[in-house]
Design a protein around this ligand. Structure first.
Ligand SMILES: [Ca+2]
Ligand SMILES: [Ca+2]
Length: 121
């Protein structure tokens, strides 16, 4: 399970195969279960030219609410300029609340999770 603690960004790594010479902007949709997102969610992720990976960093809101753990989910949306691997078009990160009244250390490692796509040719 991919996890971060509230206030820590959740990182999503997108990969592409096929023709990767050109820059490519991929459309994504982001949803939250619970209260997670800090600011306006991104709707696209740019790949630089000659780059097979792109990272989407999702800020999580460091609120002061003692709440249930939550999730953020990112899905690559289809477009004419690329094909989406439907087997791995969605990834999810669990976001642990950091406002528990009992002393307890949250998980602080930053895990990245991989989304895979490929370009058309
Ligand atoms: Ca929250
Ligand atoms: Ca909280």
């Amino acid at each position: 399970m991919r996890t971060v603690t509230e206030a820590t960004a959740a990182a999503f790594t997108l990969t592409r195969t096929g023709a990767t010479d050109d820059a490519l902007t991929v459309t994504v949709a982001m949803t939250e279960a619970g209260s997670v997102l800090d600011g306006t969610p991104a709707t696209s992720v740019p790949f630089a030219g000659d780059s097979t990976t792109a990272t989407l960093s999702v800020a999580t809101d460091n609120d002061a609410v003692d709440e249930a753990d939550a999730q953020v989910e990112v899905t690559i949306s289809s477009a004419e300029s690329y094909l989406v691997d439907t087997q791995s078009s969605t990834a999810r990160v669990d976001v642990f609340d950091n406002d528990e009244t009992e002393a307890g250390e949250g998980v602080e490692e930053l895990w990245s999770t991989t989304l895979t796509g490929r370009t058309g040719d």
